[in-house]
Write a protein of this length. Structure first.
Length: 209
């Protein structure tokens, strides 16, 4: 599918396998989420523009490349998206961080927004929207819509594991938003959990179940 990028790097796949294991404890799960996010950040930022500057090394003057153009903003979808922020910031520490709070109504499975706080200059930034799981895609679709209402035109969605249903929902609603995921799983079950997935990412990150 166009505008959907699925990573196959061995290190990422190895770490996701450890994340899937139900016996992986909260501390290790949190560390693995950070590590996978860090590895994904490398590819997600591959298209950042560069400009040439002149610097002086200990040996000679050189023409060197530095990042140019728009600055970045990381926007995790609360609460599970918080687990991806530190790994991303390790590689792009200059990024500002906003937050969008959504929860899924257990009856309707629709996203309900309860919080949104973004950098003041977010309109001028390239936004990377973070959520470990893209299941039904309802939360992702709503989060992107909220960003677009604020005149944000450059958005990437980054998740660890995605279901085909979530990819289709987000892609059909916001085809201009590229989707980056580390694994595309089989399907959703009757409770809208990704199969085989890794369970509830928020609960596993924060030890709430």
């Amino acid at each position: 599918m166009e505008n959907v990028f699925i990573f196959d790097h061995p290190l990422i796949q190895h770490k996701i396998s450890l994340m899937r294991d139900k016996n992986t404890a909260t501390k290790e799960f949190r560390e693995l989420t950070t590590e996978v996010s860090r590895l994904m950040a490398y590819e997600v930022t591959r298209d950042l523009p560069l400009r040439t500057v002149e610097i002086e090394t200990p040996v000679a003057v050189a023409q060197a490349k530095i990042i140019a153009g728009k600055t970045l903003a990381l926007v995790p979808i609360l609460r599970a998206g918080l687990g991806m922020v530190d790994g991303m910031l390790d590689l792009i520490p200059m990024a500002k961080v906003g937050h969008i709070g959504l929860y899924r109504d257990p009856e309707t499975l629709k996203a309900v927004e309860y919080y949104c706080k973004l950098p003041e200059d977010v309109e001028s930034r390239d936004v990377i929207l973070l959520d470990p799981m893209l299941a039904t895609g309802v939360s992702a679709v709503d989060a992107v819509s909220q960003l677009k209402k604020r005149n944000i035109t450059s958005i990437k969605f980054v998740c660890v594991i995605a279901a085909p249903e979530g990819i289709e929902n987000l892609h059909s609603t916001h085809p201009d938003v590229p989707i980056f995921c580390a694994a595309k799983d089989k399907c959703l079950n009757e409770d809208a959990y990704i199969v085989p997935g890794l369970g509830d990412a928020g609960d596993r990150l924060f030890g709430t179940k």
